[in-house]
Design a protein around this ligand. Structure first.
Ligand code: ADP
Ligand code: ZN
Length: 520
């Protein structure tokens, strides 16, 4: 049967060979087995279920949370002469009826369906009357609470195993550390599934994380120096910032389009379509943009704000360079990002369990930002795939980061926070360290503190860098709902007592920091 798959690969999709591990996955499904497939974005997951869908009798049901993309996927399949349809809540009744009719008459090879729609009794009943080739559960990390994109509907997909025993199931995802993987298998009843974990390294992506000074100017400089005429994605945290940045880039002469969940669906679809079909477009977007986007020649992904987790960072940056040619993952981040994310987390409504998960994820992300060794090694270690040698294609490899002994300065910073009563944000503390007797400082009598003016050896930016690293490493915490009030954590005791030395990154003064790509 695998010969049949080989033949269809060539005949329908026009490819000569399978990629790793497509063939083994397909064989597993053709042999009635279940599979868990973890492959990076762009690895070629879809073929793993599309080919068995064509070979096995009956219809393959593909569960996907990406309603916006179903139509595109179905259209693409139709162009290859494959009969596919989709069902979701955004379609009108008569369209749904048409698809249901095709399904009942056995005309469909593939049916894409949103999880909530699939789990409606009516849909389940209809499927129980059809011959089913397989279930494919796409973006399977959505079932994991440890994962970064939890969707409660996904939990109920465990019904599939109960309602349709004997129909092979394949779960697919691009992001899964070991913990998420285990959770997927447990929650979807895939303990006996064969597991295919494909390498996460994206050697053609150059990772760079720099200090944020004036983010838009830095972005402009990066674009002008390295990416004129290229397609790329610029991620921002908020909708407002997306719109501001897109407009600003337009004023600078770029074809920049905004994308976020608050835009009219029609406009969103239009912008996405333009990005996919035209060249030289910058998509300025929130994280709402990108899942499932398959544009091979995205030359860079820029982050103007810090993602909340390493998984999110990996997935977002992974949209660059799917064609295998050199691409950039470029990010600037600063003290405000750290404070903002920490504070958002502490003030959120989530229960303690979730907060602690989120906290660990943010720690890991901040760790990746602050390390002075190879970024790729850290990234891959996080995904359980350590890289033996430094990669030579990230900023820290290309330009080793100088470190300095910051023990004394860190102590001064922490004492200043303490002496000011742990009730102030970073700007005020820095005023005190620098010995600026502003009205506010005088009013609070902070010019009488022992820490007043003890930090004149560093300038404001250097102090911000110290504070950023102290917050990032968890020596200082940000009070919930406080606009950035800093307080000491237990972990700073050894530092204050002089039992611990601390080295910090020496941030560059100016933004000349990013070296230009100097490939041959
Ligand atoms: P994923 O879902 O893992 O992100 P896709 O299934 O969208 O990736 O595939 C990414 C790209 O790779 C698509 O353009 C697809 O057609 C192409 N592709 C998949 N398998 C092969 C193969 N065996 N040979 C060449 N190209 C392939
Ligand atoms: Zn490296």
């Amino acid at each position: 049967m695998i010969e049949k798959a080989q033949q269809l690969l060539k005949q329908i999709f026009g490819y000569d060979q399978f990629r790793q591990p497509q063939q083994d996955v397909i064989e597993t499904l053709l042999g009635d087995g279940d599979a868990l497939v973890v492959m990076p974005t762009g690895g070629g997951k879809s073929l793993c279920y599309q080919l068995p869908a064509l070979i096995r009798p009956g219809v393959a049901v593909v569960v996907s949370p990406l309603i916006a993309l179903m139509q595109d996927q179905v259209q693409a399949l139709s162009q290859w002469g494959i009969s596919a349809g989709y069902l979701n809540s955004s379609m009108d009744y008569s369209m749904a009826q048409e698809v249901e009719h095709q399904l009942r008459s056995g005309d469909l090879d593939l049916l894409y369906v949103a999880p909530e729609r699939l789990l409606q009794p009516r849909t389940l009943k209809m499927l129980s009357e059809c011959q089913l080739a397989l279930f494919a559960i796409d973006e399977a990390h959505c079932v994991s609470q440890w994962g970064h994109d939890f969707r409660p509907e996904y939990l109920k997909l465990s019904y599939l195993q109960e309602c349709f025993p004997g129909v092979p199931r394949i779960a697919l995802t691009a992001t899964a550390d070991e913990r998420t993987r285990d959770e997927i298998c447990e929650r979807l009843g895939l303990q006996n599934a064969r597991k295919f974990i494909q390498g996460f390294d994206r050697p053609n992506i150059r990772y760079r994380i720099g200090q944020k000074h004036r983010a838009k100017e830095q972005l402009l400089k990066f674009l002008k120096a390295e990416h004129m005429g290229d397609s790329g994605i610029v991620y921002c945290l908020s909708r407002k910032k997306v719109e501001d940045t897109a407009q600003w880039l337009q004023e600078q002469g770029f074809n920049a389009l905004p994308y976020h969940a608050g835009l009219h669906p029609e406009l969103r679809r239009h912008n996405q379509h333009r990005f996919l079909t035209e060249e030289n477009i910058l998509m300025v977007a929130t994280v709402a943009f990108g899942m499932g986007i398959d544009k091979p020649n995205v030359r860079f992904v820029a982050h103007l704000d810090l993602p909340k987790s390493v998984e999110a960072y990996y997935q977002e940056t992974g949209r660059a360079g799917r064609d295998g040619l050199p691409a950039d993952a470029w990010m600037v981040y600063g003290l405000q990002d750290v404070i903002f994310l920490r504070q958002m987390l502490e003030s959120s409504q989530a229960d303690e369990l979730h907060k602690s998960i989120e906290r660990q994820k943010l720690e890991a992300m901040l760790g990746l930002c602050e390390i002075t060794s190879c970024r790729r090694q850290t990234l891959l270690t996080y995904f359980g795939e350590p890289l033996p040698e430094p990669c030579g294609n990230c900023d820290t490899c290309l330009e080793p980061v100088p470190v300095w002994d910051a023990t004394e300065s860190a102590r001064k910073a922490l004492s200043a926070v303490y002496r000011c009563g742990q009730r102030f944000g970073v700007n005020h503390i820095i005023e005190v360290l620098l010995g600026k007797s502003s009205d506010r400082v005088k009013e609070l009598k902070h010019h009488e503190l022992s820490t007043f003016g003890i930090g004149k050896e560093l300038d404001r930016n250097q102090w911000r860098s110290v504070f950023r690293q102290l917050v990032a490493r968890g020596y200082l915490s940000v009070a919930a709902n406080s606009h950035g009030v800093l307080y000491l954590t237990d972990s700073c005791r050894p530092l204050l007592k002089g039992e611990l030395q601390i080295e910090m990154r020496q941030d560059k003064r100016k933004q000349e920091s990013f070296s230009k790509r100097n490939d041959p």
